[in-house]
Design a protein around this ligand. Structure first.
Ligand code: MSP
Length: 593
């Protein structure tokens, strides 16, 4: 299928379909290079964040989880703009002992606490531009119905039995722990108390008659699933860790608690003396959102990408797929795992008083600035440390100076008095490198720039696929630097529009730089949507020209017409990104060359 813009070009140029396709072949990297994935452009994709506990206000780690999912989803929409094909859910996890205890400590009814904190998450996500299509709360009636239905399916398949369950339980992490995962820590009064080795949270001994899920039956099916789907858990080290866990013993799992102990949850159908385990309750949210148990859910499942933090990997990569297999369904297609943010080298915690409020950050650094920071600096494979100076330094250098400076250099009235997208001159910049002639001005480094930017969309797509969004941004940033080098090298401010010798080359330099900026703006949309909009609007790129399918970089270089050539730039609306000062108060400095 040819894209509409290509067909428009075809009509205008009278070129044959075949020759155009050949020409748009391997060297032409618009969306052409993304074609393998575009095949699936009409296929549905369902992205999810974890649902967030409402025991405390959101912090930057929570926002990070949501931003990763948002960027993945936005990038997917950029590949296939049909919004009906993507769904993106987030929400709040409102049941369980942890919330029951937090409400009691705050002197609130659980519903009051849930309403209050859930609202904070919704507000934060709206302010941060999280483009979710669904927000679920586990206290909703539709969810209770879905969970009870799911329970019924597991029961009818003989996967639940009643038995005595005895072991350590950690209310903060809402999980049972084997003896080997518990250690004793000295308390303030000298006596020691048991804590989880992994999280450091207190644990208590529990002995109850519960419903138990036959998890042990699923060791081999889970191993087969993971071995047959090496991309199921990304990045790869996490896939490997789960396979290692599956080499260890996999005991059956208690999936209910005595209601007298845990009343804040969904009752076991037909047995009010038991409340469903909060993780089983919470995981089913991914089905509730897509309409389970109604058949409509099947058009979204299992085309699912769960975005989760490393601390909840076992729940998503072992318990959840086992529950699904048990219920006769497929495991999720992909699980993307990220690491955590620490603050000045320490784990974020209420007791340490070092929790960073994401709304303050969004105000201080702007929504796009803070989104860029978290996604540019956050590395999924290992923890990242937050401190303010890092944010200021990164945003000033990459958004204000490099990107903002580049835009200003190419659009400032002094250099571009006609305020248009100037023409590209093939005599000055022939498509064959190494040609010599009186009008040839392009140098070897300029060809390297064109080739780097031409391959950028594909590189970025691959990084998104591997859940390395920071690498996608690093690649964009490196091309921005290269483009600044190109402008610096040819110093358009020293060239004269009046000179017949300079003018075609001056136009070409600006044309190439604007084309590079158009690529950067398009690729930055998933991470900095408003900033990218501002950039693309300044370049005069219309809304229908902003998808990856429309991204034909530098067509004149490849012998094709360029729809932007001669077009008026969009209106000047001020600096692209205001420079921050080190003392963290705003200094809105304009960038001039
Ligand atoms: N309610 C469960 C998830 C149930 S999903 C069916 C839960 N909630 S949470 O609020 O504790 O965590 C939600 C997400 O935030 C998790 O992905 C978790 O890894 C992430 N983060 C919590 N602290 C974080 C950091 N310090 N840094 C980055 N992400 C962090 O777990």
């Amino acid at each position: 299928m040819l894209r509409p813009s290509v067909l428009r070009l075809l009509k205008r140029t009278g070129a044959s379909r075949l020759s155009l396709l050949e020409d748009f072949g391997p060297r032409y990297y618009g969306s052409g290079s993304l074609s393998a994935r575009d095949d699936a452009s009409d296929a549905r994709a369902y992205f999810t964040t974890p649902i967030f506990y409402v025991n405390a206000a959101p912090h930057i780690g929570h926002l990070y989880s949501a931003l990763l999912a948002d960027a993945l989803c936005r990038h997917r929409r950029l590949r296939s703009p049909s919004t009906a094909a993507t769904r993106f859910s987030t929400g709040t996890d409102e049941h369980g002992l942890k919330i029951q205890q937090a409400a009691a400590t705050a002197g609130l009814a659980p519903t009051e606490l849930c309403d209050r904190v859930s609202e904070q998450f919704q507000q934060l996500f709206q302010e941060a531009g999280i483009s979710c299509t669904d927000f679920i709360r586990t206290t909703e009636a539709r969810h209770r119905m879905a969970v009870q239905q799911f329970w019924g399916v597991l029961k009818s398949r003989g996967l639940l039995y009643k038995g005595l369950y005895e072991g350590w339980y950690c209310a903060s992490d809402e999980c049972f722990l084997p003896e080997a995962k518990v250690t004793w820590q000295p308390g303030p009064s000298g006596d020691s108390f048991p804590v989880s080795l992994e999280s450091g949270h207190p644990v208590s001994w529990t002995k109850e008659e519960n419903y138990i899920f036959r998890l042990s039956q699923f060791r081999e099916p889970l191993q087969r699933w993971l071995r047959g789907n090496p991309q199921a858990i990304t990045p790869e080290p996490f896939h490997h860790v789960v396979l290692q866990w599956l080499d260890e013993e996999l005991p059956d799992l208690s999936v209910s608690r005595r209601s007298s102990h845990l009343h804040w949850g969904i009752p076991v159908p037909g047995d009010d003396s038991q409340t469903i385990y909060v993780w089983l309750d919470a995981l089913v949210n991914y089905l509730t959102v897509i309409g389970y148990p109604n058949a409509e859910f099947k058009s979204w499942w299992p085309a699912t990408s769960h975005i989760i933090g490393k601390d909840i990997l076992k729940f998503h990569a072992i318990y959840w797929p086992a529950f699904l297999l048990g219920a006769g369904m497929s495991p999720p297609q992909r699980i993307y795992v990220h690491s955590h943010w620490t603050v000045c080298g320490q784990k974020m915690s209420k007791s340490l008083g070092n929790v960073v409020d994401p709304r303050t950050c969004l105000n201080r650094y702007t929504v796009d600035g803070f989104r860029y920071f978290l996604l540019r600096q956050g590395v999924p494979n290992w923890d990242c440390d937050y401190y303010d100076e890092k944010v200021v330094k990164l945003l000033n250098s990459e958004l204000a100076d490099a990107l903002g400076g580049l835009l200003n250099r190419c659009t400032a009235k002094r250099i571009n008095p006609s305020e248009t997208y100037p023409a590209f001159c093939t005599n000055c910049f022939p498509s064959e490198p190494g040609l010599v002639g009186p009008s040839v001005r392009a140098q070897a480094e300029d060809y390297a720039l064109v080739s780097a930017v031409a391959t950028l969309p594909k590189q970025v797509a691959d990084h998104y696929d591997n859940f390395q969004i920071y690498k996608a941004l690093e690649a964009v940033s490196s091309c921005v630097r290269q483009t600044n080098g190109f402008v610096q090298r040819h110093a358009p401010w020293k060239l004269n529009w009046e000179s017949p010798v300079d003018a075609p080359w001056l136009g070409t330099v600006l044309h190439v730089a604007l084309e590079c900026l158009r690529v950067f703006g398009t690729l930055l949309q998933p991470v900095t949507p408003s900033l990218a909009d501002k950039l693309l609007s300044r370049l005069g790129v219309s809304a229908s020209e902003r998808s990856l399918g429309e991204l034909y970089f530098l067509p004149r270089f490849y012998g094709h017409p360029c729809p932007f050539e001669g077009r008026r730039l969009g209106p000047e609306t001020g600096v692209l990104f205001p420079k921050l000062d080190q003392s963290r108060t705003w200094v809105v400095k304009a960038h001039r060359t």
